[in-house]
Every structure is written in C-alpha cells, then in structure tokens.
Design a protein around this ligand. Structure first.
Ligand SMILES: [Zn+2]
Length: 322
C-alpha cells in the first residue's frame, strides 16, 4: 500500500504537533474536537451559471468548533434554546468550507485558498477538489482573499514542497487586511491568542508578496467582479460582488458564517469576529442589501454548498438555501 501525500502530511502534522496544537489553544478547541471526523463528506464541486459567468463552489472540507464560539455576548441558555429550536446541535458547530471559483471570459477567479494541511484534520481538500472537478490549478488567473484567517489563506502554499498552489495567479486583497497581519510589529501589537494565525498568514502571504495587489473598497477586479469592504470579522475583510446578466451574487467570506445566527440574530457576536460591533454593523448592512436587491449568496461557512438567498423575516432576516 502506498502512502498518499496527504496521509504523509497528516502523519507529520500529528507527530510534530506544532502549529496545530498552538492553534487549538488559540481557537479554544480541544484535541478531541480537532480529530473528530467530519460528518457527511460533501461532493467536491457544485456548479451553476450567473448570466455568462460560470460559478463553481469547491469544497475544502470542513471544521468543527464548540457552539460557544457562535455568540460570545449571549448567555449559554439563550444560545442553546435558539439552536435547539432550529433543530441545530447546541454543543458543536460544524462549518463547511465552500470556496468559490468564477469563470468569466479569460479570467478564472478563485476566492480564498482554503486551510491547507496544518489547520484542521478535515480541511485542506481544495487541491483534491480541483482534481476531482477536472480543473487545472495552474489556470487560475486571480486569487481574491477575503481575509487572512487560517482557513482562507493557509492554502496558498503547498506544505509538502513549499510551492505555490496557484502559481500563475495574481493575488488581490484589502490593503487594511495586509497591513494588519503583515505589520512588522504584529507580535508586540496584538493579543497572544492570534499570534499563531499571524505567523501562518505571514508565511503564506509572504511567499507570494510580490504578486499581491492591495486594494481599497469597491475595487473592480475585472468588469462585473468587485471587491467590497465588509470589515469587522477582521480589520480589512472584503466580500466579492459578481454582476452578470442582470443578476448579482455576493461571495460573503466570513461576513455571514452561520445559517441561523448570522441571519436571524445578526447582533450576536461570534468569538471569531475580531471587531465584534463593526462585524454586526456590516452583517446588518449586507443582509439588508441582499434581501432588498435579491442577491444570491455563496457563504464560505454555510452548509454545503452555501448557495442561497436572504428573506426578511419578522424584524430580522432568514437564510434560504438555493
Ligand atoms: Zn473562515
């Protein structure tokens, strides 16, 4: 029996611990949660059309966090009652990792790169999903980064041979996001619990530094594909608005992360949001826009494949999967 590259990497990561263990502490996750196998493995790819744009959602696997990370500012009993009433697990939060690929004319645009091999046992499947879908990673022309958390940028480099996974692509991300994570004084100016995230961001972004264009709000990548500022989850978080044939699609990144709480309780503060009040304000603005303008969404962490719409419900909103 031959050992696959992936098994080899996993073995190495397990044996040495290293970044994984540091991160488990940072994220408040025990080793048991990290090693729990992801339930129901998603199909590798889900495709649909938006006008002339071909949209493919690729899975990078999934990750599991305690449900307590969903709402740091809400009493446990209230959170548990809400999740139970919605038929959701009140103890464990399983998140998908849905990565959007846009084919539009000559451009093949990837939004985020997944978690790579060193973050979560059940994540880091993006390269396999490209293979399963028969899409060549070398054909990617642009990689847009919503933000620099591990599950979005640790897939920039292949840890097996340190090569770039998307070697022909240019990278585009928010200038504010780059400045936060790449600050030479990062370790002395930020809380210790995000240091492992920062070191991973610096390692991955640093490897492609000369290919990264840092942009402000409303940056047009190609006509009809625009990066919009959606700060709060991280300081320079951006989402991607795609417009084609009279339809609009918003690739949310982590501005909306949970299928009930993010939509129906937008003021509840996930512990993964770095600037909680700004994140809540951004969520409300996006939800209002999505419901009013009839936007289609792809949510990075929403249940696979994370494609849906927003409806107004009572005085808040509701996620409707497509
Ligand atoms: Zn994320």
């Amino acid at each position: 029996m031959t050992i696959s590259r992936r098994q080899f990497l996993k073995g190495g990561a397990m044996a040495t611990g290293g970044a994984r263990m540091a991160l488990s502490g940072a994220a408040g996750v025990g080793a048991g949660a990290m090693l729990r196998p992801h339930a129901a493995r998603a199909e590798a790819a889900h495709g649909f059309a938006l006008g002339e744009t071909k949209v493919t959602v690729l899975t990078d696997g999934g990750l599991t966090l305690p449900a307590s990370t969903l709402a740091a500012n809400v009493p446990e009993a209230e959170r548990t009652a809400f999740l139970t009433a919605h038929g959701q697990d009140p103890v464990t939060r399983a998140s998908a990792l849905n990565i959007t690929l846009l084919q539009r004319g000559d451009a093949l645009i990837l939004v985020d790169t997944g978690a790579g091999m060193n973050f979560f046992e059940d994540a880091g499947l993006l390269a396999d999903s490209f293979d399963s879908a028969g899409i060549d990673r070398e054909a990617v022309t642009h990689v847009l980064l919503t933000h620099a958390h591990p599950d979005h940028v640790w897939g920039i480099i292949d840890d097996f041979d340190e090569s770039e996974r998307f070697s022909n692509a240019e990278y585009i991300m928010g200038a504010a996001e780059w400045d936060f994570w790449m600050n030479p004084d990062f370790l002395t100016s930020t809380p210790e619990e995000i240091h492992a995230f920062g070191l991973g961001a610096q390692r991955n972004l640093g490897a492609v530094a000369e290919k990264v264009t840092r942009v402000g709000a409303d940056h047009a990548v190609v006509p009809g594909v625009t990066m919009i500022a959606t700060p709060g989850h991280t300081p320079g978080h951006m989402s991607v608005l795609v417009e084609d044939g009279g339809a609009q699609l918003l690739v949310t990144g982590d501005a909306l992360t949970h299928p009930t709480i993010s939509f129906e309780r937008p003021d509840w503060q996930p512990s993964t949001d770095q600037i909680p009040e700004q994140a809540a304000k951004t969520r409300r603005a996006l939800l209002d826009r999505a419901a009013t303008d009839g936007l289609m969404l792809v949510g990075y962490h929403l249940p696979w494949p994370g494609v849906g719409r927003v409806e107004v419900k009572d005085r808040t909103w509701r996620y409707v999967a497509a």
